[in-house]
Ligand binder design. Structure first.
Ligand code: CP
Length: 306
């Protein structure tokens, strides 16, 4: 029997596998018609216990563009989780009806529990403040297409670096490459957790912390903005105090490099003003588009079809 491949954390993929997925996604973008029937008669279950727009819709579009079908739920309240069914049982059920599962859950570690019981590949589509590996693959495809390299980059990560699961997974992935320097821009309360800093130190990755976005902007090749996530706070007063810590405006982009790119996993709230959308360096909507293509590549890979 073939071993089931799951994607729980970006560390489940080797660098070669990540680069293979990026190459396949590139090819799908160039020749979508060559892939349109590759998942004929296959089904993807999307089990979303937490809200999503991009991740769920891009997984759905990815499977549809591969010629497959999609079933699932977008809200835990419409599943038997409301009756007390465990995640492990829900996943076992989904494996009876689908060939592959994409699951989002508010509890960190839920996909690990699910992976112990699954009979089909499971993709972690985000677990609490923990990991979001397919967002990282999306980010990597965007960086590849916009910067044509993963090495020799100064990356500013701005906003909620404590709870930002997309940030944690991106640091994990980009720390594999040569001469990548992170500038961690956050208020003291939302700094990157120590275990992430220790991981970078062990790998010899350069990083520095800074509180003012304006101080970092001129040095950056990539500015990765994040939302201060209301749903991760225990105390509303803290959220209100911190939510507008960083607001990117056209004026603040003045000293930025001409070829810097602005990324954001989205959704945004106030942290990037709408006036920035017209700047040629803004690529967060393109990033969301890349999400569909890299998820197509991932589905094919985990199903052993490419
Ligand atoms: N980037 C991202 O995960 O967006 P959604 O929460 O809308 O899926």
């Amino acid at each position: 029997m073939n071993e089931i491949r799951n994607l729980i954390n970006i560390t489940d993929l080797s660098t070669e596998e990540i680069e293979h997925l990026v190459t396949v996604a590139d090819d799908i973008m160039a020749h979508p018609e060559a892939y349109q029937d590759m998942c004929a008669h296959k089904k993807l279950a999307t089990l979303f216990f937490e809200p999503s727009t991009r991740t769920r819709l891009s997984f759905t579009a990815a499977m549809m563009d591969l010629g497959g079908n999609v079933l699932g739920f977008a809200d835990a309240n419409s599943s038997s989780a409301t009756k007390g069914e465990s995640v492990a049982d829900t996943v076992t059920m989904a494996g009876c009806y689908a060939d592959i599962i994409a699951m989002r859950h508010p509890k960190e570690g839920a996909p690990v529990v699910a992976a112990r019981r699954t009979t089909v590949p499971i993709i972690n589509a985000g677990d609490g403040g923990h990991f979001h590996p397919t967002q990282t693959l999306t980010d990597l495809l965007t960086i590849h297409r916009k910067k044509s390299r993963f090495s020799h980059l100064t990356i500013g990560l701005c906003g909620d670096l404590m709870f930002g699961r997309t940030v944690h997974s991106l640091i994990e992935a980009m720390s594999r490459y040569e001469d990548v320097h992170f500038i961690l821009i956050s208020p003291p309360e939302l700094r990157l957790p120590d275990y992430m800093k220790e991981m970078m130190d062990q790998k010899g990755v350069l990083w520095e912390e800074c509180e003012k976005l304006e101080d970092a902007i001129p040095k950056l090749d990539i500015l990765y903005m994040t939302r201060v996530q209301k749903e991760r706070f225990f105390n509303e007063a803290d959220y209100i105090r911190l939510k507008d810590s960083y607001i990117l405006t056209r004026k603040k982009l003045g000293p930025a490099k001409a070829d810097m790119i602005i990324m954001h996993p989205l959704p945004r709230v106030n942290e990037i003003q709408v006036e920035v959308d017209d700047d040629p360096r803004a690529c967060y909507f393109y990033q969301a588009l890349c999400g569909k293509y890299i998820r197509m590549a991932l589905i094919l890979y985990l199903l052993g079809l490419k």
